[in-house]
Structure formats: structure tokens, C-alpha cells
Design a protein. Structure first.
Length: 260
């Protein structure tokens, strides 16, 4: 039996004149997921679900994803509005049936743990002591089962100074929790709009590209801006006893896209 998780990020669904492009990007990404054989067990979207956090954007997102025939788990990003997200999706399977913006979902072969790194009034992220204590408890609950820990903001610097200035502010505290648990198979993040991998807290941090626009690799400290690099998502796959990560192209002439 194949175990896998499709990891999408930063669709930035909008409303009005600029809405068609990000909606088409997310729709194509989800259609690409459906062409994988076997299909993944679930889809995780690591934040910046919408662009301005407006109710009409969350309604547009629901219209786009409500017919998708697979489990899907949504996270907050800095562009999201926590109350708006919960008003539209709270208590639904998209939020693990939870009325909060952080939650966990048990699968037979793994656990998805969705964290809420939204920090009000700042593009940077923060988890806080209460959420980290909850994470510690959840990780201890199924110690022999791989855990996929998901959040929007990377907990470490990625070498892009502009974005490193708005990463997770309590990344060291997160690492302190994770190193106490040997079952953390992956930490999934977004925010950067580029595919990045790094070691973190005894496991692998995997940052997914955007389904809409990618950031320029601005290592010299300037504003990254956006570039027309191909969109993609990550597929985290349990191959035997080892977790591996594949990059799956979306905006590519040879990429098959299914309808739903």
C-alpha cells in the first residue's frame, strides 16, 4: 500500500479582476493531483489560501474546492484572516472538524498536524506557548506513527533575506518540541513561493512552491518579486521505511490535468 501526501501552498485566491489566474493555478494543481496513480491519501495546503483575507475570497475558495474528491487540510498564512477562514470552514473536514485554526487528523499510517502560525498585524509568524504545548501532547499520543507537522512560516532562515525577516519567530521553540519526538517524518511549510529542503530538529523541512506565482531567488537582499517560473507541488511519499519528497510540475506542457 502506497502512503503519500500532496503538499500545495500559497494559492492566494482573490476576488474581482485579478481572480482568474490564482484560481486557475489552484484548480490545475488539484487536477494534477488527481492524475497521480495511486492517488495521495490527502492534500495539505500550507497557508496563504487567499490574498486579502476577505469573506468573498473564502467563498470563492470553497466553490473551487468543495467538489474535490479527496481529503484536504487547510492552514492559515499571513495573508489569511483567521476569523474569516473559520467562519467559512471551521468545523468542516477541511479543518479536521475543528473549530480552531490548529488541529490534527489521524490516518492509519500517519498523523497530519496543522499549526496556526498567523501573527496578527505582522507578515512574520508565531506559534506561542499554548500551541506548542498542544503540539507536544499530540506528538506523544501516537509515538509509533509518523507525524507530518504543517505550518505556513518556515522556522529557519532560507537564505533570502527579505523573507527571512518574516519567518517563524519562535522556530527554536518549535525545534525544542520536535526533537523530543522520534516520529516526526516531515515538517511542511510554505510562505517562500519556492521549493526548498533543509534539515530541521532531527527531521526534514520541506517548503512547497506556490500554485500561482514563484519568488525570485533574491539571495542578495533585494525584494524577491515574482517570476514566471513553473508552478508545482510536493509529494511526500513513504517508500518502504523512508520518506522521500518529489516535486510534481503543474504548469508544464506535458503535465496531465484531470477535471473534477
Amino acid at each position: 500500500m502506497t502512503v503519500s501526501i500532496a503538499h500545495l501552498s500559497d494559492p492566494h485566491i482573490s476576488h474581482g479582476l485579478l481572480a482568474p489566474a490564482p484560481a486557475a493555478g489552484l484548480h490545475a494543481a488539484l487536477g494534477r493531483v488527481l492524475t497521480l496513480d495511486p492517488r495521495p491519501d490527502c492534500v495539505v495546503i500550507t497557508g496563504d489560501l487567499v490574498d486579502q483575507g476577505r469573506p468573498e475570497e473564502y467563498r470563492a475558495l470553497r466553490e473551487l474546492i468543495e467538489r474535490f474528491p479527496m481529503p484536504m487540510h487547510l492552514l492559515t498564512g499571513n495573508h489569511d484572516d483567521r476569523e474569516g477562514l473559520l467562519a467559512e470552514f471551521g468545523g468542516s473536514p477541511f479543518m479536521g472538524g475543528s473549530g480552531a485554526a490548529y488541529y490534527s487528523v489521524d490516518y492509519s499510517s500517519f498523523t497530519v498536524i496543522a499549526l496556526d502560525s498567523k501573527m496578527q498585524g505582522s507578515p512574520a509568524g508565531q506559534l506561542g506557548g499554548q500551541q506548542l504545548a498542544w503540539l507536544d501532547t499530540v506528538l506523544a499520543r501516537r509515538p509509533q506513527t509518523p507525524a507530518i507537522v504543517c505550518l505556513h512560516h518556515p522556522p529557519i532562515d532560507v537564505g533570502i533575506p527579505f523573507l527571512d525577516g518574516m519567518r517563524l519567530s519562535d522556530g527554536e521553540d518549535l525545534a525544542g518540541v520536535l526533537v523530543r519526538h522520534s516520529n516526526v517524518a516531515r515538517v511542511l511549510a510554505g510562505h517562500v513561493h519556492r521549493p526548498i529542503a533543509a534539515t530541521f530538529a532531527g527531521t526534514t523541512l520541506a517548503i512547497a512552491p506556490s500554485t500561482h506565482l514563484q519568488s525570485r531567488l533574491a539571495l542578495e537582499g533585494t525584494v524577491p518579486n515574482y517570476v514566471s517560473e513553473p508552478s508545482a507541488f510536493l509529494l511526500h511519499l513513504l517508500a518502504g521505511s523512508v520518506w522521500v519528497t518529489h516535486t510534481v510540475s503543474i504548469s508544464h506542457a506535458a503535465a496531465p490535468i484531470a477535471t473534477f
